[in-house]
Design a protein around this ligand. Structure first.
Ligand SMILES: Cc1cc2nc3c(=O)[nH]c(=O)nc-3n(C[C@H](O)[C@H](O)[C@H](O)COP(=O)(O)OP(=O)(O)OC[C@H]3O[C@@H](n4cnc5c(N)ncnc54)[C@H](O)[C@@H]3O)c2cc1C
Length: 376
């Protein structure tokens, strides 16, 4: 097993790093560094800068704008984005809907949606979860009834991240409530957020931010051409999407940046052995996470196969580390400090609680490892 980058990979990393240094606008860099709110325009501005450079969708096929980078280069790129502190690339269009359309979309769907996703013309959101259907997603109830050349959709989604920014939503809906196996009655629909009958209502999270929403569907008409894959095969699409690109859930680059910041911020606490111990433990955990990540990469490089279920470890450990970083930041804060970073720590601490819930809660990730890897 070789966990070191080759000379070419290091050269690639330096090239990406230098480009980011030059092209990440200072105001966006500052907003991310100070944990400030990023508007739809901020997110799309950064998306479009990367699109212009040809780097916004590295994993897509070359004909649709992909970079042809190998798996290690893609990983290095993601980590460098995190390390540089760029605004996030919102995954709903690029990594989720885009990947689904590349795999299951018709030619017409690909031509219609992919260039707009690539160029940042359309902002997408994800309509999976419903009240009572989160971890147990297959129990979802939002229904779509076929009527001529369209479906009529009624129901509700919840926790829809950035639904208030979105032009489009991809949804799991129930098209057949009569099937015995509930997964078989589900379909995958693309909906225009401007369609009559869609209402978006904000949900304010514990950090006070408006990031997620409830989305209501009241007799919304969706053209049949917006069905992805076959009717009743939405679960296959959903599974493909959930399993896609799980390699970057560890967010090592981002956590390394936060760790460096923590060390600087907590310089005056380093004389406290209890604090120093916690910090050292966190650093060791982060190094272990990075090595685990590199181990998965090495396996994938050798086998050419996607990672197995144990890649869920990256989500569990990565998010626990992200939470621990905010905990130590908070512990290191001087109550008298009124600087921007100190002021943002409370909301940031609260905000990071979500990481162990979304994208498949960490309990569910543990179940996956127990079942698929340990055979329990
Ligand atoms: C900030 C945020 C953003 C989100 N964004 C989106 C989005 O954009 N689109 C979208 O569709 N969804 C989104 N979600 C929803 C997210 O996917 C769900 O919250 C998550 O799947 C958990 O579902 P739930 O909230 O219904 O909790 P539940 O499924 O009710 O779970 C409650 C608790 O029980 C545990 N639990 C449940 N089942 C088991 C089990 N079998 N074994 C062990 N423990 C179990 C869970 O881990 C959790 O701790 C978001 C959530 C958050 C917090």
């Amino acid at each position: 097993m070789d966990l070191n980058y080759s000379a070419e990979e290091l050269a690639f990393r330096d090239q990406v790093r230098a480009w980011l240094e030059k092209n990440l606008p200072a105001d966006l860099r500052d907003k991310v560094a100070n944990y400030e709110h990023l508007s739809r325009e901020d997110l799309l501005r950064w998306h479009r800068i990367l699109a212009k450079q040809g780097w916004v969708a590295p994993s897509w096929p070359k004909e649709w704008g992909g970079t042809d980078w190998n798996i290690v280069q893609r990983y290095i790129f993601e980590e460098e984005l995190g390390y540089a502190g760029t605004p996030p690339l919102i995954p709903f269009g690029l990594t989720m809907c885009g990947s689904v359309l590349l795999r299951f979309g018709t030619d017409a769907q690909k031509k219609r949606f992919l260039p707009r996703i690539y160029n940042g013309d359309d902002f997408w959101c994800q309509g999976y979860s419903e009240p009572g259907s989160g971890s147990d997603l297959a129990s979802l109830k939002t229904k779509a009834v076929r009527s001529g050349d369209h479906y009529v959709v009624n129901g509700q989604k919840i926790w829809t991240t950035l639904g208030h920014y979105a032009d489009w939503i991809f949804c799991l809906v129930r098209t057949d409530p009569t099937v015995e196996k509930r997964q078989e009655g589900i379909s995958f629909l693309l909906m225009d957020m401007k369609a009559p009958g869609i209402t978006v209502r904000p949900l304010i999270l514990m950090d006070g931010a408006h990031e997620v929403n409830e989305v209501f569907f009241d007799d919304v008409e969706v053209p049949v051409e917006n069905l992805v894959h076959e009717e009743g095969k939405g679960w296959t699409v959903a599974k493909y999407l959930l399993g896609h690109e799980r390699m970057n859930t560890g967010r090592v680059g981002q956590s390394k940046r936060e760790l460096a910041k923590l060390k600087e911020f907590a310089a005056s606490r380093m004389g406290d052995p209890r604090f120093r111990d916690k910090l050292s433990r966190l650093e060791v955990e982060l190094i272990a996470l990075e090595i685990t990540n590199l181990r998965f990469l090495d396996q994938m490089r050798r086998s050419g196969q996607p990672p197995g279920a144990d890649v869920s470890m990256l989500k569990i450990k990565g998010t626990e580390i992200q939470q621990m970083l905010t905990e130590l930041m908070l512990q290191a804060a001087d109550p008298a400090d009124s600087g921007e970073i100190a002021a943002s720590l409370g909301p940031r601490y609260c905000s990071m609680r979500k990481t162990t819930i979304y994208a498949g809660s960490n309990e569910i990730q543990r179940n996956i490892i127990a079942k698929m890897t340990l055979g329990l």
